[in-house]
Design a protein around this ligand. Sequence first.
Ligand code: PLP
Length: 390
Amino acid sequence: MTLSKHIANHVREIPRSGIRDFFEIVQTMADVISLGIGEPDFHTPWRIREAAIYGLERGHTGYTSNLGLPKLRERIAQYVQKHFHVSYDPATEIIVTVGVSEAIDLALRALLNPGDEVLYHEPCYVSYSPSVVLAHGVPVAVPTFAKDNFRMTSEELAKLITPRSKVLMMNFPCNPTGATQTREELEKIAALCVKHDLVVLTDEIYSELTYDGAQHVSIASLPGMRERTVFLHGFSKAFAMTGFRVGYACAPPALTEAMMKVHQYAILCANTMAQDAAIEALESGDGDVAMMRKEYEARRNFIVRSLNDIGLPCFKPLGAFYVFPDIRSTGLTSKEFSLRLLQEKKVACVPGPAFGVSGEGHVRCSYATSMEKIKIAMERMAEFIAEVRK
Ligand code: PLP
């Protein structure tokens, strides 16, 4: 039996993640310093882990409400109000999900009819385009450029809006570029969304990780936007809780209800012990977040300075834990650069096109790894660049 012909066309057509393939090679090698990791190198703060253990001890081993534990939804409402200045009703406007990953999938499946177009900035998180295809939508990439520090501009967005456009998906601070948006640019983007009746999915998973005192602004908080926005957030990055798999979506009741229908049949509810841990994170985790942010900021300062010193131009991003240096001066493609750097110097970074074609000419380096390792990686990279340029 040839099973491949039974695989759904839209699933067959989506490519495997470029990051996975690359890291399968990394795993076969010893002594590699990886700047390829997209998750915090910190352990989850102990109190948060303990809350999950305590949940287990108390026998919290059953399903929760489909929407998530009421207490967690209340804490989320308070947190979102305090940090993002938007209020949501915990009873009808918040759904707890299995990471932001599930929240993205739910939102797209709840919103899209076959053929609806979804705009998103590129380079972007690897799941965006495939998630749109899996929900039978049409992905439309809005390019962003190094000259704008990879901000999405309303001019580029406007060029790609058509009568089929339904959703704008965005992620600032951005994986893989570290880009953030100014309030002014967000206001122009918001005006376009109102004019063309677009729903906005805003993935703000890195919002706590902003540096140089920069104030994160959520598009959901701008006038007229709450009613057309799905606000997506989670615990993986700021609280170093990737393995807990908890996130959430906040949206007006009609949209939350639609997402809840998909969630209740596909997933039922997020992991119960992880929800206990998430409550603890929101109640007492601010200090841990501040400590990690401070450490990331020091690493960012070092890595940006080092990359520019060795001749790989790199702007100083205000958020997330990635830098996206320009490697074109080496004469190598992003893939050649990453493969040779790995083979010749045992440093792993991700080729830019893994995040969409407009990532060509760049590589993503994550600084979610210790300063000690980053220092060695930069030395090795400097030697590599000197050898390539000989
Ligand atoms: N969104 C962005 C922009 C990410 O970078 C990631 C993970 O790297 C996710 C969503 C997935 O997050 P979660 O662990 O909450 O599913």
